[in-house]
Design a protein around this ligand. Structure first.
Ligand code: OGA
Ligand code: MN
Length: 207
């Protein structure tokens, strides 16, 4: 079954990206997909996940003072991953039609933050080719409580917190990659998410 994103929802997202540069959505991914993603993630957590690095190419390094999550990249050959990637593909086409963003491809990874893990304030856009234009974070945590921590904090250009997002299952956050520093506050419970980036194919080409 292929889940469809409506034109009306695409309109709302496009308007929000123009007006404020980010949006939180709570019912764009059907529950059966979120639950399948969570189940797959939990089944693979001890097998496939590796310490996350920062930077790219030769500059890539593991720095657990900055981030301490473990990640595993989504794979278009996997049928569960493909359901999620298909929705992201509809976002890509819908936003390109409305905003001429020139989004070219999408890369994403599952991330598990074990108790105590965090990701300090950073900006997702990487210099060089295939730059990240639009960031996505999808949360997979049922029954998340305030005392569990692990909030995603989105900052404005003056480094003031704009939004503090609880990583509850079903919440999808979209934000322009170059504009919003953000962090994952220390979590006190195992925290599961999928982070992804729409990229352009040429570094001179932006939004
Ligand atoms: C990232 C990131 C946030 C999250 O991987 O760049 O900001 O909540 N992730 O997983
Ligand atoms: Mn990030």
């Amino acid at each position: 079954m292929v889940s469809q994103v409506s034109e009306a929802v695409l309109d709302v997202i496009a308007d929000a990206l123009v007006d404020k540069g980010y949006i939180l959505l709570s019912d764009i991914i059907p529950d059966y997909i979120s639950l399948a993603l969570l189940e797959k993630m939990q089944a693979e957590q001890n097998i496939k996940f590796k310490e996350a690095a920062i930077g790219r190419g030769v500059e890539q390094q593991i720095n657990t003072d900055i981030r301490s999550d473990k990640i595993s990249w989504l794979d278009n050959q996997d049928h569960t991953d493909r359901e999620y990637l298909s929705i992201m593909n509809q976002l890509k086409d819908g936003l390109n039609r409305r905003l001429f963003m020139g989004l070219f491809d999408f890369e994403s990874h599952y991330a598990v933050y074990e108790p105590g893990a965090f990701y300090k304030k950073h900006v997702d856009a990487l210099h060089g080719s295939q730059n990240r234009i639009l960031s996505t974070v999808f949360f997979l945590n049922p029954d998340w409580q305030e005392c569990d921590g692990g909030e995603l904090v989105i900052y404005d250009e003056f480094d003031q917190p704009l939004d503090v997002v609880s990583p509850k299952i079903g919440t999808l956050v979209l934000f322009l990659s170059e504009r919003f520093p953000h962090e994952v506050r220390q979590t006190f419970k195992t925290r599961n998410s999928i982070a992804g980036w729409f990229r352009v194919s040429n570094a001179n080409h932006g939004f």
